[in-house]
Write a protein that binds this ligand. Structure first.
Ligand SMILES: Cc1cc2nc3c(=O)[nH]c(=O)nc-3n(C[C@H](O)[C@H](O)[C@H](O)COP(=O)(O)O)c2cc1C
Length: 261
């Protein structure tokens, strides 16, 4: 099979890392490949905070829903949607004042559209990093909980108004003990729809997630004595969980900050 497709198809999240150090050369290669990701208007509407300070890593592990693997990961990157750099560039270069004086354009503060583009840029760069990491033998795992406890993250990383977290990744060489077993995926026709949105209902959804449900049932992970469906599992474990409520609260705070300061 094609080497790139092989890497993509064999990838799985890595949560335990070996002690093998990552050379400066490998790290630089990873960074350069990350930056080759497409970016809207080639504006690089994102920044990446590389967290190397062990005390900060440990703090991140706590505020990201207590995941100790973050403190143990050799590389920890927080991907920020970043419009602050352009706000500063526009203002500090005099571009805003010149446009205003010439009557070309009045100042427009970044809005939700800017935020959406910045998020796209940051997340696309993150996934480039995942695949580049695989090519270098480095495993990775996204940390979705980076959107919890926004106030703590903001002070930990000294964030500014137009910089908010879009994604977080940890990387390292996988520990020998890491299994190569992969998690299931939905069938292609459960995800791709032709020409318009086809609202899925119970029969489609049972079919879409049947492999996931079987996998949970095999390990006795479904609620109500393993009799429940995957819908019960996700409804109880994820959708109505305390961490999901916190993600919602925290995201409201960060979006409000972006819009209103
Ligand atoms: C947006 C996002 C957030 C995630 N957050 C976490 C996390 O906080 N902790 C974790 O262990 N895995 C996290 N993951 C990894 C997923 O659990 C994993 O991708 C999924 O179970 C599929 O497994 P695979 O990546 O091995 O194919 C996250 C993945 C994504 C895309």
């Amino acid at each position: 099979m094609n080497h790139t497709l092989d890497l993509i198809n064999k990838r799985r999240s890595t949560r335990t890392f070996s002690d093998r150090p990552i050379s400066e050369e490998t790290l630089l290669t990873l960074k350069e490949a990350t930056l080759r990701a497409p970016t809207a208007g080639n504006m690089a509407l994102y920044s990446i905070v590389e967290v190397t300070d062990q005390a900060k890593k440990d703090q991140l592990a706590i505020i990201c829903d207590n995941q100790p693997m973050i403190g143990k990961a050799p590389i920890v990157w927080v991907f920020l949607a970043d419009m602050q750099k352009w706000v500063n560039y526009f203002k500090e270069s005099g571009a805003v004042a010149r446009a205003d004086e010439a009557g070309h354009a009045a100042w427009r503060a970044p809005g939700l559209g800017d935020l959406h583009l910045c998020m796209q840029d940051a997340i696309i760069a993150a996934q480039n990093a995942v695949i580049a990491g695989e090519a270098l033998g480095l495993g990775s795992c996204y940390i979705g909980d980076v959107i919890e406890n926004f106030e703590d993250l903001r002070s930990l990383l000294d964030l500014k108004q137009y910089t908010i977290p879009a994604a977080m990744l940890i990387f390292g060489y996988p520990a020998q003990t890491q299994s190569t077993k992969q998690s299931p995926r939905c069938p292609v026709d459960a995800i791709f729809m032709e020409n318009s949105y086809k609202e899925p209902h119970i029969g489609d959804l049972e079919r879409a997630f049947s492999v996931h449900e079987e996998a949970r049932r095999r390990v006795g992970a479904l609620p109500y004595d393993n009799t429940a469906t995957l819908a019960d599992y996700y409804y109880l474990r994820k959708h109505t969980s305390a961490f999901m409520a916190e993600m919602d609260r925290s995201t409201r705070v960060m979006f409000d900050w972006w819009q209103h300061g």
